[in-house]
Design a protein around this ligand. Structure first.
Ligand code: GLU
Length: 616
């Protein structure tokens, strides 16, 4: 079912116009007093309000960022389809959310084609270099794994980026516009700049110590030695230049040209400042690894839930199988809005069991035999559901299920440590024809590897830290040459009778999976509106003894959950971004075609949901 899409087949039309870019190469943070409002910066027009929710017709875009949603909406308004708008929105997120996404990373693109009724996905996950072996994260001096904190900011963590190949493939397979046209608004945005908000400044401050160790990153993101002030304008002229070069010369300039050489150099020999304290281990990536990068066009995962068809991302992401298995388990219970304790208890139990199976069985299917069909089957979920006591929490970690089980047998297994980051970004699009895109993209941690390609304006990912560091052959997620690390990204499209009903996704490392399940449960089972389902407080049970929860969740539901003996732990330090779970960007289309584009009202500074023709 996996169809390897060779990038080279798509690259016939590259224009060889070297030397046409005349932009400067430094990021500029202008003083706050000189900063116009966001859209005035990008378009010269006054900025309209950026609502987190809009309802109407004619197409919808939802993302974490006002500029990005506006750019996607403009593409829809001008006649582009959902794939065109999704790539334009993603490219803009690479400008305004450079610590979460961009051409130095990877992601997963789910596309629903209304004309054919088919859902197709693009696996644009980063890959391990061909020379990277299973013991790559083992320190030869000690024989034990490198610390996660040190591995993150190193060449070793950088996977071969898949984002640009994803954009090219999405436009080629599903879109109507050229990459050249689609990149234009983002080139303009990077050139004119965007207004720094509190989230961007805080993310910069959170990374300031490690950014300072990489001079090219410090020059770009710590101009004058400090994080840009809230209200100032952040321009990234290097990125504008890079995107323009790609738009003129095609993606070869990135995968098979000068940028590929530069990425390989940086990965093999990270450039650190003289007084750097990070070890910044060198990685194995070569320009051949970039030249050979391929996205995979593959079938989606599918489960039926309460009469709806839920489509997601098959492995290498664990998103589709784990969201699907959780929903299949929940399908065996009645969830009632007037008994939130019972519903949330069953939600925790379903995701705990699905995570046990994810950790035991899911890796890159090109390297391990992933039982995708079984993990998505209702009989397997039934065997897991019968292990759940509707009245009491199970002892966690629970063991993974026996794939042959028809009853309640279980096999012993250990839970594995979860070190995925909490960064990433998600966007949802529906167009006037009923096509839809759910696209989650990332550079892994907020700030990725911390390493910028000199004068190119983008950060390299640290996605390879999503592999297990210890080379245990029984683990489906050990490092192997060319392999994709297991992801949790869960871009999800839900159909009803063949028409789009919901498009959902979120950042948040492995909490992405529980966030998508919780939002769907809130909306489908508990009768909340989509904006309420998103705004509701969250908790994330991933097969751990206690369930991390937002403060508001504990305040609201601790008493309801007490009879079930579910232990809750406050997630993150109060007031920090770690105290929030996820940042959803979603769309609902009702039976009459009314679209609701809904993003977070508060988390991560609030997102923006827009529609082409707002309802009165
Ligand atoms: N690297 C993570 C994954 O692929 C995503 C990171 C995040 O969401 O913060 O699942």
């Amino acid at each position: 079912m996996i169809d390897i899409q060779r990038r080279s087949a798509l690259r016939g039309s590259a224009l060889l116009l070297a030397g046409t870019v005349a932009l400067g190469c430094a990021a500029v943070a202008a003083p706050a007093s000189a900063a116009p409002a966001p859209s005035a910066v990008a378009t010269g027009r006054p900025a309209p309000p950026a609502p987190s929710t809009s309802t109407g017709y004619g197409g919808a875009v939802s993302s974490v960022d006002a500029e990005a949603s506006r750019i996607g909406l403009e593409v829809l308004r001008d006649g582009g389809n959902a794939a065109d708008a999704a790539v334009a929105t993603a490219a803009a997120l690479g400008v305004t959310e450079p610590y979460s996404a961009g051409i130095g990373g990877g992601g997963y693109f789910v596309y629903y084609d209304a004309a054919s009724g088919e859902v197709t996905t693009i696996d644009g996950r980063e890959t391990a270099p061909a020379a990277m072996e299973s013991d790559a994260f083992i320190d030869p001096a000690t024989g034990t794994p490198y610390s996660f904190a040190n591995a993150v900011s190193s060449g070793l963590s950088v996977g071969v980026p898949g984002t640009l190949a994803t954009w090219e493939t999405a436009l080629d397979e599903f879109g109507t516009e050229s990459l050249r046209d689609i990149l234009k608004p983002s080139i303009l945005l990077a050139t004119r700049g965007f207004r720094v908000d509190a989230t961007f400044r805080q993310q910069t401050l959170d990374n300031a110590a490690r950014f300072a160790q990489f001079p090219d990153t410090a020059e770009l993101f710590l101009p004058g030695g400090d994080a840009p002030a809230v209200g100032s304008t952040f321009r990234n002229l290097d990125l504008a230049k890079t995107l323009r070069l790609i738009s003129l010369q095609g993606t070869d300039v990135f995968y098979d040209g000068p940028i590929a050489d530069e990425i390989a150099w940086v990965v093999q020999d990270p450039i650190t400042s003289g007084d750097a304290t990070l070890p910044a281990y060198p990685g194995f990536m070569t320009d051949d690894d970039l030249a050979e990068y391929e996205v995979r066009l593959q079938a989606p995962t599918h489960v039926e839930y309460r009469g709806l068809d839920v489509y997601g991302m098959a492995p290498s992401s664990s998103g589709g199988t784990t969201v699907g298995e959780s929903l299949n388990i929940l399908e065996d219970f009645d969830l009632a809005a007037d008994d939130p304790g019972q519903a949330l208890h069953l939600y925790f139990e379903s995701t705990a069991h699905a995570f046990a199976d994810r950790n035991a069985y899911v890796g890159d299917p090109a390297y391990v035999d992933v039982p995708t069909e079984t993990l998505l089957s209702q009989p397997f979920a039934d065997s897991r559901a019968c292990e759940i006591d509707p009245g009491t929490a199970s002892a966690k970690p629970v063991a993974p299920g026996d794939l042959e089980a028809t009853g309640c047998e279980a096999v012993a297994a250990a839970a594995s440590a979860d070190t995925e980051g909490l960064s990433t970004t998600h966007l949802s699009v529906v167009d006037r024809w009923g096509n839809a895109v759910a696209y989650t993209l990332t550079i892994e941690q907020t700030g990725g590897s911390g390493m910028t390609v000199p004068d190119r304006g983008f950060l390299l990912n640290n996605e390879l830290t999503d592999f297990s560091f210890t080379p245990n052959p029984a683990d489906p997620n050990i490092v192997e040459p060319g392999k994709r690390p297991r992801s949790s990204m869960s871009p999800t499209i839900v159909l009803e009778d063949g028409e789009v009903r919901y498009v959902v996704g979120s950042p948040g490392g492995s909490t992405i999976i529980t966030t998508v399940v919780q939002v769907l449960m809130n909306r489908i089972d508990l009768g909340m509106s989509l904006p309420d389902a998103i705004a509701a407080p969250r908790a994330t049970q991933r097969n751990t003894a206690s369930t991390p929860a937002e403060a508001e969740f504990i305040a609201q539901y601790a008493d309801d959950l007490a009879p079930y003996q579910q232990a809750l732990t406050l997630v993150g330090a109060p007031g920090t971004s770690a105290s929030q779970i996820g940042a959803v960007a979603a769309i609902e289309v009702d039976a009459d075609g009314l679209m609701t584009a809904a993003a977070e009202p508060v988390r991560r500074g609030g997102g923006t949901g827009l529609v082409v023709e707002p309802a009165e």
